[in-house]
Design a protein around this ligand. Structure first.
Ligand code: C2O
Length: 363
């Protein structure tokens, strides 16, 4: 908070409780008005991951370029995973087969995509001049960073499939209807033992036909299906509708370049986003809650991407709910933050956050 001393009002205020309160409030204000947006990290050079998540070296792609979007791409429509038809399922299977077959040196491989998520989400990126690592969870960058991560995941699959119409499906866990199989772990991701969509580290109580538990703390529950449907509906209503009428509540607290971790997640990030992660992860794994419930490994499970596809969808729906403030934050530290990813050609590409909320640009 070095900058705060420059306001000149500090000395008069520190002597009384009211002063202390004003000090705290103005420090908070300083934090949201005086930061710098996060600059694009240089992958893999800024990597200090202790979990072995660094990107393959040496980097053999083109120099990092700024993302432009491609308006010639077809608009891709994401569909609910429980409603995919045979040929859509076969295409998805083929995509993950090809992804899993990419060599370890290819930054697009499934394990390297999981590593990229690990780097950004689990303290693996240090800027040379900063004390604290970059953190992408627990604040307002959570939703946009993950949207773009999914964008490139989808484009990589499309490239491997040679099919630009490919769209990720979404796992519709918010749909509590008893006549559909929407709020169970998608069957195509879980029941076929030879599927490329499976992951072996999952909670045994998260297998179909058990319903998802949006208030889960991980592991099993003894609630009945009817109780879960009611509770899940209540979770959705409080977290997305009544509890998140403003950008700050929905997206989370501000985060600027160099901040020491996230200052608070939005309502949506913890629950249901985080609870679904925990519910799928195996509580008995060597590292508890691997894979889905652990930042370092969650994106190894293909269900991660269909889960986040639903997160993206609900973000879009949230903006259409009644209320004048259901919009993205407008502060420059939000809009001008920049992230580096690998595109479908394994080249590094830098995306400005304002592009991530421009859904027509993303097709
Ligand atoms: Cu970086 Cu769903 O997590």
């Amino acid at each position: 908070m070095g900058k705060f001393q420059e306001t000149g009002s500090r000395r008069e205020l520190t002597c009384c409780k009211l002063g202390a309160l004003v000090l705290i409030v103005s420090q908070m204000l300083m934090r949201i008005t005086s930061g710098t947006p996060v600059p694009a990290p240089i992958l893999p050079d800024n990597c200090t991951s202790e979990e072995g998540c660094c990107m393959p070296q040496p980097y053999t792609g083109k120099p990092a370029r700024d993302f432009e979007g491609d308006l010639a791409l077809p608009i891709r429509i994401r569909r609910p995973v429980h409603k995919l038809n045979e040929s859509e399922i076969a295409r998805l299977e083929r995509g993950y087969k090809l992804l899993r077959e990419l060599p370890d040196l290819d930054p697009r491989s499934l394990s390297n995509q999981a590593n990229l998520h690990c780097l950004y989400c689990d303290n693996g990126i240090y800027y040379n001049n900063m004390t604290w690592p970059l953190e992408i969870h627990n604040h307002w960058l959570f939703l946009p960073w993950h949207r773009m991560f999914l964008y490139f995941h989808e484009r990589i699959l499309a490239k491997l499939l040679d099919d630009d119409t490919f769209a990720l499906p979404y796992w519709n866990w918010d749909n509590q209807s008893s006549s559909e199989e929407a709020n169970i772990l998608p069957r195509i991701y879980s029941t076929n033992e030879t599927s490329y969509l499976r992951d072996l580290n999952r909670n045994k109580c998260a297998q179909p036909p058990n319903l998802v538990h949006l208030n889960s703390i991980g592991g099993c529950t003894d609630k009945t299906a009817d109780e879960l449907r009611i509770e899940n509906t209540q979770v959705m209503y409080t977290q997305i509708v009544t509890g998140a009428p403003t950008p700050r509540l929905f997206f989370g607290e501000p985060y600027s370049y160099g901040d020491s971790g996230g200052y608070g997640p939005g309502t949506f990030e913890d629950n249901p986003h985080g609870t679904v992660h925990l519910w799928v992860g195996d509580p008995d794994a060597a590292t508890a809650f691997n894979d889905m419930g652990n930042f370092g490994r969650s994106a190894r499970d293909p269900v991660f991407y269909t889960h986040h596809s639903n997160i993206d969808r609900i973000w879009t729906i949230w903006k259409t709910l009644p209320g004048k403030q259901r919009t993205e934050p407008t502060h420059a530290d939000f809009l001008d933050s920049r992230f580096t990813y690998y595109d479908e050609n394994a080249d590094q590409v830098i995306v400005n956050l304002s592009q991530i909320i421009n859904t027509p640009l993303l097709r």
